[in-house]
Design a protein around this ligand. Sequence first.
Ligand code: UDP
Ligand code: MG
Length: 326
Amino acid sequence: MNEPVLTIVVPCYNEQEVLPETIRQLRQLREQLIAQQLISGRSALLFVDDGSRDATWTIIYKASLRYPEVKGVKLARNAGHQNALLAGIFSAKTRSDCIVSIDADLQDDLSVIREFVKKFHEGYEIVYGVRNRRDTDPFFKRHTAQGFYKLMKVMGVHLVYNHADYRLMSRRAVEELERFEEANLFLRGIVPLLGFRSTTVSYDRKERLAGETKYPLKKMVAFALDGITSFSITPIRLISLVGFLSFFVSILFGAYFLFLKFTGHAQTGWTSLITSIWLLGGLQLIAFGLIGEYIGKIYKETKRRPRYIIDLDLFNLPIPVSFFGE
Ligand code: UDP
Ligand code: MG
């Protein structure tokens, strides 16, 4: 029996509406995969409660008492999707040969995990789940998401197109991932940088089963800005480019105005004056804003704060879970 031990990591933030169904479907899938001898019987499901304020942790905890394969990690406060994911992945690492990460809302087709595992058997260390179509996403989400991938491309950040955080990673890949010490780990950009043998599996994305999105516009914008400023210096290049251009143009204008002055055609150029003041003011503000973004990054990184703080880790407990009672 040499089947790989798989851990499925699920970050959960206020997911009480959907979680019982997610647990049920994942347990069922796990049973099937074990029966098909694709994964080991020691494979587990790990739910990370990202500081939820609803019954999410109670649901996870009770399930972990009832089913030995269900494990839970509870973060002390909301650390955000990416960090919750990392908490789960690193917690599962030593007990897994491979790790699959998936959202709690059942938007991503679970049966694809079977394909992931098959690819792992074929020797792939990273398998990306890629969405075929997005017509189930609301209009707004679909277009902002597509804009996001385009923007990233322009900025020179290499992402797997239409891949969110639904993927399989081998233990070795996770160990290497851990060596990226930056506090702000943008997984979708970092994982391709690992460079292990990788492939993609495509699937159709469904609608969220229950509950509402935990990614409102504000978080999406922050996510995109993080992605760009963690990986790319293109914005700084653009500033310099614009700077050079405006310098060049102002020399031309200056020459022209001097020419007018010496030929006696000088106008009292209020229009040109006021527009250039506004133009330059705007440019400077944009430049300051972008430079500030990078300084903010440096500021955060130099503090080297832990990415998350674990309150309780039922997955790495030396004593049996039942010790705690209900
Ligand atoms: N999530 C999390 N912490 C957060 C926000 C979201 O752990 O601060 C989880 C959430 O429970 C879900 C996953 O991240 O399992 C993706 O969130 P969601 O489905 O709301 O995002 P969307 O699919 O709308 O982009
Ligand atoms: Mg979702």
